[in-house]
Design a protein around this ligand. Structure first.
Ligand code: S3P
Length: 441
């Protein structure tokens, strides 16, 4: 049964993990490959595409904008690019489901078009902040209306945007990417300065499509009017999906567990550093040569059961592990001693308020913790109770608590799990194949 088929997970306590697993393709890279493929000249082949609800919403939106997409296999796509000026007006609002990345990147892509577009999404997405992309785009001359900074995002197409120099107030790859996409169709050189590094998939992929992207310290620049050329994008397995099994392996893989073909872009792998600081036995076996500037580095990752120790998370690592905190908190709940995360306010505006969702779930399992305005403190334990937790419709909260069952004394029930299919179709089958006793009911 696929995760999407059920409404709750039931996870038996304890167990051991072993074997090899290839998790689905990277969500961030799949969204970008579709969008850049759509506005490139010529065809783009995407291999290893994430056939999850979020990326399928992006594909449907591009089709509504006049891009034709073939899907000879579930994870193999051919995007017939229409060129930088070739998108056409959609007949209806674009529904992006749960996909925040799609909404923010499309806002940048569609602001400089010759037609108007309205972007909508599910209840979670309709609550998420969009002002962070709208404000700098307005400085470029874009005309975008939101409802108190939240969707629907109503874009009045404005073909003559002006390049700006913009310092991001928070490290956000979505905002950076939206501005780069708008900058492709703006007059002059767009320059974006980040307060701290965030994932750089857009910059790498623009290079792979033949665009010139300049890097200088924490600044990225791009000249408007560049043409993208279709290419072949090989999407690695998603580090953020592998993350659940990296933590699960630390808790219960006595003989080792191998995650195959995982994207290990250093702007994504903060969790590896955090787990290593906690004492995890994790070994990387690189599959790609280092040094190719546009290529995404890929490795097999081997993880062994380890005695974890609590840590204080350096704030500089927070953006590099931003999507991994739900499962990181589970690792911390199973570690000896205390763990402290601060400077993670961004976790409150993800698919759910992840600090609150994790604190409530940990409370239900009897884990000693304190919710802080911008983080969480907790004390780990050898084991904790079972119980029921509400994922609040957040895919990563649901999967994190499934991993927690490895150290629970009784079963864990997890509510509202349908959105696991946004990022990890087949989670239940994958998890069961390596020994995690999860069922979707
Ligand atoms: C993403 C960027 C991050 C991340 C999200 C995916 C992307 O969001 O949390 O899951 O693909 O650019 P922010 O840009 O809000 O940090």
């Amino acid at each position: 049964m696929s995760a999407a088929a059920g409404t709750r997970f039931q996870v038996a306590p304890g167990g051991r993990l072993a074997g090899e697993l290839t998790v689905p393709g990277d969500k961030s890279i799949s969204h970008r490959a579709l969008m850049l493929g759509g506005i490139a000249t010529g065809d783009t082949r995407i291999s290893g595409f994430l056939a999850g609800e979020d990326c399928l919403a992006t594909a449907r939106a591009l089709e509504a904008l006049g891009v034709s997409i073939e899907r000879p296999q579930d994870t193999e796509l051919v995007v017939h690019g229409v060129g930088g000026q070739g998108l056409s007006a959609p007949r209806a609002d674009l529904d992006l489901g749960n996909a925040g990345t799609a909404m923010r990147l499309f806002t940048g892509l569609l602001a400089p078009q010759r037609f108007d577009t309205t972007l909508v999404g599910d209840a979670s997405l309709m609550r998420r902040p969009m002002q962070r992309v709208v404000a700098p785009l307005a400085m470029m001359g874009a005309r975008i209306h939101t409802h108190d900074g939240r969707p629907p995002v109503e874009i009045r197409g404005t073909p003559h945007l002006r390049a700006i120099h913009y310092s991001l107030p928070v490290a956000s790859a979505q905002v950076k990417s939206a501005l780069l996409l708008a900058g492709l169709n703006a007059a002059g050189r767009t320059r974006i300065t980040e307060p701290a590094p965030s994932r750089d998939h857009t910059e790498r992929m623009l290079g792979a499509f033949g665009a010139q992207v300049l890097h200088e310290g924490r600044s990225i620049s791009l000249d408007g009017g560049q043409t993208l050329c279709g290419t072949h994008v090989e999407v690695p397995a998603d580090f953020s999906s592998a993350a659940f099994f990296l933590v699960a392996g630390c808790l219960a893989a006595e003989g080792g567990l191998v995650l195959k073909n995982v994207g290990v872009n250093p702007t994504r792998t903060g969790l590896l550093e955090l787990l290593k600081r906690m004492g995890a036995d994790i070994r990387l076996h690189p599959r790609t040569a280092t040094g190719a500037p546009h290529a995404e580095p890929v490795a097999d990752i081997e993880v062994h059961k380890s005695a974890l120790r609590g840590i204080t998370v350096p704030e500089a690592l927070v953006p590099l592990a931003i999507d991994e905190f739900p499962v990181f908190f589970i690792a911390a709940a199973c570690a000896s001693g205390e763990t402290l995360v601060r400077g993670a306010l961004e976790l409150r505006v993800k698919e759910s308020d992840r600090l609150a969702a994790m604190a409530t779930g940990l409370a239900n399992l009897g884990v000693e913790h304190q919710l802080l305005p911008d983080g969480l403190w907790l004390r780990g334990a050898e084991s904790f109770s079972g119980g029921t937790v509400d994922s609040r419709g957040d895919h990563r909260i649901a999967m994190a608590f499934a991993v927690a069952a490895l150290r629970a004394r009784a079963a864990i029930g997890i509510l509202d799990i349908a959105n696991v299919a946004t990022s990890f179709p087949g989670f239940v089958t994958s998890a069961r194949s390596v020994g995690l006793a999860v069922e979707a009911l």
